[in-house]
Design a protein around this ligand. Structure first.
Ligand SMILES: Cc1cc2nc3c(=O)[nH]c(=O)nc-3n(C[C@H](O)[C@H](O)[C@H](O)COP(=O)(O)OP(=O)(O)OC[C@H]3O[C@@H](n4cnc5c(N)ncnc54)[C@H](O)[C@@H]3O)c2cc1C
Length: 488
């Protein structure tokens, strides 16, 4: 049943599970755990539609690279799946075996731990059963780039697709406009005792459950943990520790342009770095997309005016002459875009500000920062791609100067893939959650979503985070059955 917490505040005395956040991760967990016979409260801060009173609670500061964290995340039922694009690429075994450079380890579990959950995750996002993740093109000869592998979800809008299930699944109480504003930790038992829920008139109440799962997205998962005074006092969370650290994105960098030789197939090409490339250059992974433009590409608020003038310049064949005042691409020009892995680094971080939001929760500062290792990855991908284009006689690549000269500031945009702020590790020295997504130092607090990623690879995060969510549902079901068996 979906209830509006603004009007209806009657909760059970206690639930088996309380899940905070009804995006892809929270909805998947809520439906699975309730279907397994457990009582579940799914608390969603937003309503059924976009509304400023909820979206405004995502307002944050940025001291790092521009992330557009307020615009890209959506704070209502279904979460950011309300405008995700649906690109799905599975992780591969090497994502789990390769350690990142530096002090921090990679994943503490092998790929086999989530591989078996791929069919379930595919079904959740409406990918046909058994469909192959296949490329549209062949790879490049040099051994560094293979064809990329991905499938496109319709894209699944979780609130719409699962509306009936959220209404009708027995044991599941969904509350919208129901904001988690605090986590109450009991040091003596090591358990989270309650979450504090609030409507938009600041009416607060405690909600007790046996287990709690944070599924509010990678920025908010860290925010919730850092905002809890009782978790801080118990030392489970520390302000400058791993919670909020290692914030990762996928790097959206235009490597440059290319001219395709006549006779070559003009269709878009999607390449992906091979494991051999990663091993040889000690670099991260990356997708490279090479597309011939069908139209002038232009950006910004004055795009319409620029579009007209740039078209004129292209038609008159004078685009190169006006490049010193304006930079743009003409139809037929090739552009090379990317989705590149960022390695975990502790400087890239979510932290709390003194300023509070409308419900009294501390606002967030995002300091998205790259390391020298990330610049190395970008440089290696760019230069190897250019070389292999030439060697295969496909055409000519002109790299942007910031790709090969790492002293020049990078021009880059995010992909809105937020990861790593509650990373999984074998011990609290290196991470926030254990191999079962349980927060170190607690008995019953779990995290779902891409904040648990120890490494982001260059795979779109949603399908993998759903694999982890289904795995977590199975684990929690087994844990509860073992506990009730032991009690009987
Ligand atoms: C434009 C765009 C395109 C994208 N395209 C792709 C793509 O092609 N492929 C891909 O894999 N990924 C893509 N993504 C990323 C994808 O949307 C996310 O990976 C996914 O939505 C994360 O799911 P989640 O459930 O972890 O978090 P979210 O979807 O962010 O859901 C979190 C939920 O928690 C709720 N919430 C937050 N705070 C509270 C609180 N205090 N109390 C209660 N509830 C709260 C929110 O309202 C929200 O419903 C894209 C993202 C954007 C912005």
């Amino acid at each position: 049943m979906i209830n509006d917490y603004q009007q209806q505040k009657t909760l059970r005395d206690s639930y088996d599970f309380c899940i905070v956040g009804a995006g892809p991760a929270g909805i998947t967990l809520g439906l699975r755990l309730a279907a397994a016979g457990w009582s579940v409260l799914l608390a969603e801060g937003g309503g059924r539609e976009h509304a400023l009173q909820s979206q405004g609670l995502y307002a944050c500061e940025s001291t790092g690279l521009e992330l557009y964290a307020e615009e890209t995340r959506l704070r209502y039922l279904g979460g950011t799946s309300n405008h995700w694009a649906g690109r799905c690429r599975p992780f591969t075994p090497s994502d789990f075996t390769l350690a990142p450079p530096g002090e921090l380890p990679g994943w503490p579990i092998p790929y086999s731990e989530i591989e078996g959950y791929l069919p379930a995750a595919m079904e959740i996002v409406d990918l046909p059963s058994g469909a192959e993740f296949h490329a549209m093109n062949t790879g490049l000869n040099g051994g560094d780039f293979e064809p990329d592998r991905f499938l496109l979800s319709p894209p699944t809008r979780f609130a719409q697709k699962y509306a009936t299930a959220l209404e009708q699944t027995k044991g599941l109480d969904v509350f919208i406009n129901c904001n988690c504003v605090d986590l109450e930790f009991d040091t003596a038992s090591g358990r989270l005792a309650a979450v504090v829920l609030s409507d938009y008139q600041h009416n607060r109440q405690r909600l007790v459950a046996s287990n709690f799962i944070l599924a509010t997205g990678a920025i908010e998962n860290a925010r919730q943990l850092l905002n809890s005074q009782s978790l801080l006092a118990a030392g489970v969370v520390s302000k400058k520790g791993l919670v909020g650290g290692c914030f990762m994105e996928h790097l959206n960098i235009e490597l440059g342009t290319f001219i395709l030789k006549s006779g070559q197939d003009p269709e878009p090409r999607q390449y992906y770095t091979t494991d051999a490339f990663v091993d040889e250059y000690k670099a991260g992974k990356g997708n490279v997309t090479a597309v011939l433009l069908a139209d002038v590409q232009t950006y910004g608020r004055t795009a319409e005016v620029k579009h007209f003038l740039e078209n004129l310049a292209c038609d008159m064949g004078i685009s190169s002459k006006v490049e010193f005042v304006a930079k743009f691409s003409c139809p037929g020009d090739g552009v090379i875009s990317t989705m590149i892995e960022q390695f975990p680094n502790l400087q890239s971080r979510i932290s709390l500000l003194d300023e509070k939001d409308a419900l009294g929760v501390a606002k967030v500062n995002v300091n998205w920062a790259l390391s020298a290792d990330d610049r190395h990855t970008i440089k290696c991908i760019g230069s190897e791609l250019a070389q292999q284009f030439a060697e295969m006689d496909l055409g000519f690549v002109k790299l942007n100067d910031f790709v090969y000269d790492t002293s020049i500031p990078l021009k880059m945009a995010p992909h809105a893939h937020h990861m790593g702020t509650t990373r999984m590790a074998a011990s609290p020295q290196y991470g926030v959650v254990d191999a079962n997504c349980k927060v170190f130092g607690t008995e019953n607090l779990y995290v779902a979503g891409s904040s648990i990623f120890a490494k982001g690879g260059a795979s779109n995060p949603t399908m993998p985070l759903l694999q982890f969510a289904v795995r977590l549902a199975d684990h929690l079901d087994a844990k509860m059955r073992a506990a009730s068996g032991a009690a009987a």
